[in-house]
Ligand binder design. Structure first.
Ligand SMILES: [Zn+2]
Length: 472
């Protein structure tokens, strides 16, 4: 990812390293000229796309606890070192859950095989499986109302997709709510607005006070079919065989690459992504694409003859998908540092639209946690508005209030200004957490635009943004 050819370009443009510039009596580089050079360079580079191909095709998916995640960690550390960054691997203990064989079939009113993917952390069925009648519900409210009907059944949550944040609750809490009313297993309609008969896995959480039951995602098509049968007065009957194993927590690492700031090295800008993925597909868009984007952005900055004023750190988090241990461990280990901004890239590799921004504050009542400080966030956004025209060539010109990202959330709670790179996600949700999240779905032109957007944004945060007083 080194761009040694950038140096002559910058020299031609009159952008000299600070020391040389001082010696020759010329002023340091103008930030807008550097931004334009960075952007032009990134829009030409295939580095990130080629790295994503390597990650996907030679390592593949990377669930916490898997040997592939360790391979990816070593791969990323070596890449960042090649780009001249100071690399550290910070230890984090992560869960180790392993998917085994699973099958689901309808035995009434007809015999049919249904596709499924166990949800992360699911327990197994007994060895000979579970055969039971089905109760389909659309909402938790309906489950409560029909609780008496659920006992001994397989509950199917057929909640149509509204937003990810809203609908994912059925995947996350479906098993425990179904168990609460006596169900023997739960199935959730995959969390996606559309489907080509593809189940989507994801994390779920049992409750300490309720017996765990086996749980899996089924396709939108099958959830609708089961619901149609029930509405017609037919009670479908299913047979579920599912195996999975939960091992002891194992050692993993956050991979960190640092470019020291030239004037304000103690002020740190974090660029984050997660290197782990679900154990299906290749983890190409979730979140391999985000990782190669932030890796290439910091490599572009490292190749500048003049380092940015603030320190820039790329953090490739472990265990975002089924635990968030990496994000929590990083914030805890670095709580005493002055991390002024934390940017996350974890919504695929579609057309970049701009950035969501958030500053959080403690709620008025003690011990009630944090909430978004809308006024402070709006004011900070206004301070960055003059720089938005720099992004015109990528189309990523929007800056608005919104959530930053799961991995950087703990840093934002500690006072960093949080950002999330926003994308057009219309091609993301249908493949998210599925066997179809593979490299061939990634558009090389859009990867370049994403890298250009992230590089210029990182430059703004590290060089000119009024961050020193904005956080902490
Ligand atoms: Zn992700």
């Amino acid at each position: 990812m080194l761009h040694r050819t950038l140096l002559p370009l910058l020299l031609v443009s009159g952008l000299m390293p600070t020391a040389q510039a001082a010696r020759r009596g010329t002023p340091p580089p103008e930030p807008d000229i550097v931004a334009a050079e960075l952007l032009g360079r990134a829009l030409q580079s295939d580095e990130a796309y080629e790295e994503l191909e390597q990650l996907c095709d030679t390592i593949g998916h990377r669930l916490s606890g898997s040997p592939q995640l360790d391979l990816a960690t070593a791969w990323a550390a070596a890449k960042l070192a090649e780009d001249g960054l100071v690399v550290t691997k910070e230890p984090v203990m992560v869960p180790s859950w392993t998917r085994g064989p699973a099958s689901l079939s309808m035995v009434h009113p007809l015999n049919a095989n249904l596709r499924l993917l166990a949800l992360g952390g699911s327990i197994s069925t007994p060895a000979d499986g579970i055969e039971a009648d089905v109760l389909v519900v659309s909402t938790f409210q309906e489950l409560t109302e029909r609780g008496a009907e659920a006992k001994g059944k397989i509950v199917v949550f057929n909640a149509p997709f509204t937003t990810y944040g809203e609908t994912v609750g059925y995947r996350y809490a479906g098993a425990r709510e179904a168990s609460r009313v006596g169900a023997v297993a739960s199935l959730v309609r995959s969390i996606s607005p559309s489907s080509l008969d593809t189940p989507h896995t994801g994390t779920q959480a049992y409750a300490d006070d309720i017996a765990p039951i086996p749980t899996a995602a089924i396709t939108l098509e099958d959830a609708e079919r089961l619901h149609r049968l029930q509405r017609r007065g037919v009670t479908p009957r299913l047979r579920l065989n599912l195996s999975a194993s939960q091992g002891e927590d194992v050692l993993s690492h956050n991979v960190v690459g640092e470019l020291k700031g030239r004037e304000l090295p103690e002020e740190i800008v974090v660029l984050g992504c997660h290197l782990d993925s679900w154990d299906v597909g290749q983890g190409a868009q979730d979140d391999g694409a985000g990782c190669v984007t932030v890796m290439e952005a910091v490599a572009q900055l490292a190749a500048l003859p003049v380092a940015p004023r603030r320190t820039v750190r790329v953090v490739l988090y472990t265990n975002e998908e089924n635990g968030l241990a990496g994000g929590r461990a990083y914030a805890e280990a670095h709580a005493d540092e002055h991390i002024v901004a934390a940017v996350e890239d974890d919504t695929g590799s579609g057309q970049p639209l701009g950035f969501r921004a958030e500053i959080r504050k403690a709620k008025a009542a003690p011990d009630e946690g944090m909430e978004r400080d809308e006024a402070a966030t709006e004011a900070f956004i206004a301070s960055l508005t003059p720089y938005l025209p720099w992004f015109a060539p990528t189309g990523a010109v929007d800056l608005s209030v919104g959530g930053s990202g799961a991995d950087v959330g703990p840093l934002v709670a500690q006072g960093a200004v949080g950002f999330g790179l926003s994308h057009d996600m219309s091609n993301y949700w249908p493949i998210h957490h599925t066997d179809a999240d593979t490299f061939d779905k990634v558009d090389p032109v859009l990867v370049k635009r994403n890298v250009a957007t992230m590089t210029v944004f990182a430059w703004i945060l590290a060089e000119v943004a009024p961050l020193s007083g904005a956080a902490k």
